[in-house]
Design a protein around this ligand. Sequence first.
Ligand code: CP
Ligand code: NVA
Length: 317
Amino acid sequence: MVSITKIGLTGRHLLTLLDYTSTEVEQLLENALTLKEAQKKGECPQLLAGKSLGMIFENASTRTRVSFEVGMTQLGGHALFLSPRDLQIGRGEPIKDTANVLSRYVDGIMIRTNSHEKVEELAEYSSVPVINALTDAYHPCQALADLLTIKEQKKSFRGLKMVYVGDGNNVAHSLLAAGAKVGMDVVVATPEGYGVDETILARAKEAAKETGAHISVTTDPKAAVRDADVIYTDVWASMGYEAEQSTREAALAPYQVNEELAALAKDDFIFLHCLPAHRGEEVTAEVIDGKHSFIYDQAENRLHAQKAVLVALMANV
Ligand code: CP
Ligand code: NVA
């Protein structure tokens, strides 16, 4: 018998971890570990039997699509892949109508889109939980998997220093939120002009007051990485910013995570990257394929973390 903690998130949306309490985030991680252990033993509690998840993907995905779809199957439910090429949303049907109609068929809606406002509007009109599977502002499911990976490797978040180096993007924003919620210090090092959103930074700092996490930003990658427990980076040109690739490469080159930079971290640091990665750009092959890298555990943990989210939001446990 798999013992899942009832969190009290049934029917809620997941747009950003900033909307959840620290306890809710910690309980999601506990349930994710429980579900992971169960799956390794061949146990798949059918907590979402008969339930369906609609998955709207306006952008490409390998990990998110496969892990959500497989997660639903393992929990006894079903997932539908919905691309804007096939949906009427792609021909201009309003979000409001799409949200109302899908809510009559499915038990949850997952969406990946560039526009965070679109996800907020979908959530406003949807009577079933909406899960943000990446917007221009946040990637909360990724951050939960990242926390799970850190918890497995480092046991506790308190006293840890995570350093994100690179573009101040959606992933950086969600790491600020995640660290704030679990009491882990987060430093984000970006070039001028590529910093994190000031409003999101302020919200993360406010949330950190509750846990004692120290949240800060800098333009100095070397000072940031000194004594880091976790080094994290992401692509320099996120989806939707591909046209800026060459200007971004020039601005972000000094922020590459390479062996020289990583040497400043603690001896037992771990390296994380949400993937997909560009070896030779934001990170060298030596680092991402080296002994400190846990990128494949991290990718696997998308499955377990999201199963915990799906159960918390959609199951009657
Ligand atoms: N990390 C992540 O979200 O990967 P995909 O874009 O492949 O889903
Ligand atoms: N920041 C990246 C993450 C991809 C998973 C992007 O938005 O493209």
